[in-house]
Design a protein around this ligand. Sequence first.
Ligand code: PLP
Length: 402
Amino acid sequence: MAGKPNPAAGRGYLAIPGPSVIPEAVLNAMHRPAPNIYAGELPDMMPGITEDLKKVARTKHDVAIYIGNGHAAWEAALANVIEPGDQVLVPRTGHFSWGWGDTAEGLGGEVVKVDTALGQPMDMARITQALVEDSAQRIKAVLAVHVDTSTSLRNDIVALRAAMDAAGHPALLMVDCIASLACDVFEMDGWGVDVMVTGSQKGLMVPPGMSFVFFNDKAAAVREKMTRVSRYWDWTPRASPGMFMHYWHGTAPTHHVYGLRTALDMIHAEGIENIWARHEVFARAIWAACDAWGQRGNLRMTVRDPARRSHSVTGLQLESPQATALREWTEAHLGLTLGIGLGMAPAGDPAWHGYFRLGHMGHVNGHMIMGLLGGIQSGMAALGLEHGRGALDAASEIIAES
Ligand SMILES: *Cc1c(COP(=O)(O)O)cnc(C)c1O
């Protein structure tokens, strides 16, 4: 044999925390000639799509759809309830809560920050205190991120609602589920969430380009009292459209609508509770592997408490520059793309190269998870990174028991 093996040949695997792996069925649904936007199948699909989206969000209330990414969903939600001079309380647990707060500042809002160390959960006592001290009730909303994708921390939204209720504060509870919807358990109405934002490109398995703002009657009443809401971001006509173009305030993202229809069919065929269970098993398999590797060498999970870890993304640390070396190795040698570290160290700081993340959201199954773990182990072996044994056994036992 004179040949040289290329283990990166074959289908690549994008194991980053969004955009996620797109199912063939979704891609195929999008591969079609341009449809009529005035009548027929496309407009007829919309009532079913909004109903099915609400089932995923576990809400009976309203949804407004935007052509945009997650940042657009942040802006859309805030543009309906925040005016210049309003305060928002942001429990800042990482990159994405910093970002949502920054979006509020861009709209003239004032951010009351309750910071916690990276990887540590929200500090409910300090949140309660900040709300109790706000006797003038200037804080109009609490902006929480369910899964902060930078650290992979999963915040306790039920406890946050309880803290707001205990403080007797009327602020809206607004939650970013961009990384968690259709992966981690989430109950919009059951948990008392007033506004929830998400995007198409993570648990919903559709390419980036659509975002969603769910809002209840309490949030709609706040919107009604606004001095002005920009026409484009106004959620009211989008959620109660008189005609098809009102859903989008212009031309529909035609092909995304077909992709989303197929993704929702897949989600409802599997069952949202079964999807939550699948993500939990895979997350536990990944943690078991990481625990085994971590018995020797430098690999650590950023979130130490398993109860607070996301089921859709896992934040990891090595010594700098080992994380970057590992990512580059798995991509070049295996066709396996791991996520960069985000928000753990400033870009340009050498420490940046010590962090990486695994995306395990949406269209993933057992062989992909075992391939992901096997790929990381191959990379650590190839690069001579010290690590504990038994990781793949530990992960496969969890998958076998499920
Ligand atoms: C991905 C993500 C965002 C940002 O979404 P974009 O589509 O990149 O704008 C916001 N919040 C969370 C929690 C995310 O995971």
